[in-house]
Design a protein around this ligand. Structure first.
Ligand code: SF4
Length: 527
């Protein structure tokens, strides 16, 4: 096989930035799969340069000019940046590949701009691709393994890439680890809800943790499992076998249903410092909060009690809540959120607006059938800058009124002060303060307020939200141009827009093919 010069860009942010938060934290949000692909390419003897793009790099300087094969890993909000990068490197002769959540959610769109688009990706998929490494234009090839890989290279094998990435994190360095893929729960909006839960090898985890202790005095690990701790005892045994008590700090995303007091005691003993449970809704998804059929105020009370219990053991808690799901109606979901924040003031509230990410979840087909999915450019699909599903029970100004109201409550000075007082330790206190007073808290209130104003004052803007026009309002176009900076001019033709019903169209086409009668064998039929 020809030795290839392989470039890999882990696109962590959606454009160039100068933000202090980005400087401090972006490198900590690097993905694991680009590092895995780097290892698999190196195993095949290729030269690999992996660049984690945190928004501060000159990519053309960090990657060799004459890359043969470029992998780009991107979330959907970075799709436009990814398309621009592919266009730039294709013009220089490279074959380009897209992986990551955007490739999984929007393959029909991504094949227009990449030679290969990856679904599930295992070692064989990458080996096959490396062996072929050919241009596929105008339409790329969609490759997918039958399932997620059963094993991934551990930290030791990925270390040079992990270390290079974390050199870009000046204060807090979070080493990315993963112990499982998929999730046994079925939250209707989630990409992992349709992926069967599958633990990775626990002895590799133990080995990785031992190795990590030889590299950093007091490492910090961020678990990338969609839902950490489903096989709780196996995880804790693997950690305890390698790590003396409280020598590594851990952060994980986990459901409240897994956070019983016994589990919390063990998590605390093993150095867990941050936990991110998803509440999602006061009217739905009770199984993951262990609140069963309780809804409304009853669920608020139970979740608040549980979160306060978690706070006795884990210093940093972020609770995730989604607004705009079909079960929401009237002011109640927002008022209940305020009640919850008053009862559990130490937890940082992370709000999301319902977003249907293409093929991420089967429920998105239903939204597309109901013609409720709007064509906001991918750049705005980060759960906040645009809600691309028309809400079932709200008109738009009313919905934004509620979102602004609850955000003003959550990021008000009294709430910030209470959170500060209720959170132990300088790092959790500082994190909560910065998040509330930066673009995430204050910035979003300003942004939502401007969207609300335009919804009532600008007919064209409102028509786009109502699905009556597909002309992107200048508010979004200007913002995207500004965010992308020099990458704007590299965007290929058509890359700003996409078909928001591509998933439905593909499913209907597939169904048609299935019911078509088989061709008649004329000879056998005696004709
Ligand atoms: S519990 Fe979390 S990871 Fe699992 S399906 Fe629900 S949102 Fe997704």
């Amino acid at each position: 096989m020809r030795k290839l010069r392989v470039g890999i860009i882990d696109v962590i942010t959606k454009g160039p930035t100068k933000a202090l938060w980005g400087r401090v934290m972006n490198a900590n949000f690097a993905s694991i799969m680009p590092q895995v692909i780097a290892v698999w390419c190196e195993e095949q003897g290729h030269d690999v340069v992996l660049v984690p793009y945190t928004g501060f790099e000159e990519l053309t300087e960090e990657l060799p000019e004459d890359v043969d094969l470029l992998f780009v890993g991107a979330f959907t909000q970075a799709a436009q940046l990814a398309y621009a990068l592919s266009n730039y490197f294709r013009k220089r002769g490279a074959v380009t590949v897209l992986g990551g959540p955007h490739a999984r959610c929007y393959p029909e769109d991504a094949v227009k701009y990449f030679d290969y688009v990856l679904g599930f990706t295992d070692k064989e998929t990458i080996h096959g691709l490396l062996a072929e490494c050919a241009q596929h234009r105008p339409e790329g090839v969609h490759l997918s393994a039958p399932t997620h890989p059963v094993a991934l290279p551990g930290i030791r094998e990925r270390w040079k890439h992990v270390e290079k990435t974390l050199r870009k994190a000046p204060l807090i360095k979070l080493v990315p680890m993963i112990g499982s893929l998929g999730c046994p729960y079925s939250c209707s909006f989630c990409i992992d809800s349709v992926i069967p839960y599958q633990p990775l090898e626990f002895d590799v985890m133990t080995e990785d943790l031992r190795f990590l202790l030889t590299q950093y005095k007091r490492p910090r690990v961020g678990w990338h499992d969609p839902n950490f701790g489903v096989r709780f005892d196996d995880y804790m045994d693997a950690i305890e076998a390698a790590v003396p008590p409280n020598r590594i700090d851990f952060v994980a995303e986990s459901t409240l249903s897994l956070l019983s007091e016994d589990h919390l005691k063990r998590l605390k003993a093993n150095g867990f410092k941050g936990i991110l449970p998803g509440i999602e809704s006061w009217y739905d998804m009770g199984n993951k909060s262990k609140t069963g059929s309780a809804v409304g105020m009853d669920k608020v009370r139970r979740v608040a009690e549980h979160v306060k219990l978690v706070a006795e053991y884990i210093p940093y808690i972020q609770t995730n809540i989604v607004f705009g799901i079909d079960a929401d109606e009237g002011p109640a979901p927002f008022d209940l959120t305020k009640e919850f924040l008053a009862m559990a003031p130490g937890a940082f509230p992370a709000f999301s607006l319902l977003t249907a990410f293409g093929r991420a979840a089967p429920l998105n087909l239903e939204y597309q059938r109901q013609k409720r999915v709007l064509p906001f450019p991918f750049h705005f699909l980060n759960n906040n800058h645009a809600m691309n599903v028309k809400p079932k029970h709200y008109d738009w100004p009313e919905f934004y009124d509620h979102v602004i109201d609850v955000s003003k409550f959550a990021y008000s000075w009294p709430a910030i002060t209470k959170r500060f007082m209720a959170t132990p330790g300088p790092i959790p206190k500082a994190m909560n303060f910065i998040r509330a007073t930066s673009s995430e808290g204050f910035g979003r209130i300003k942004y939502y307020t401007e969207v609300r104003r335009l919804l009532v004052e600008d007919r064209q803007f409102r028509a786009y939200f109502e699905g009556e026009s597909t002309d992107l309002p200048p508010f979004f176009m200007d913002r995207m141009r500004e965010d992308l900076g020099p990458f704007w001019d590299l965007l290929p033709e058509g890359a700003i827009h996409h078909d928001p019903t591509a998933y439905l169209a593909a499913e209907e086409q597939a169904a048609l093919v299935q019911v078509e009668p088989p061709p008649v064998d004329v000879a056998a039929a005696g004709g």
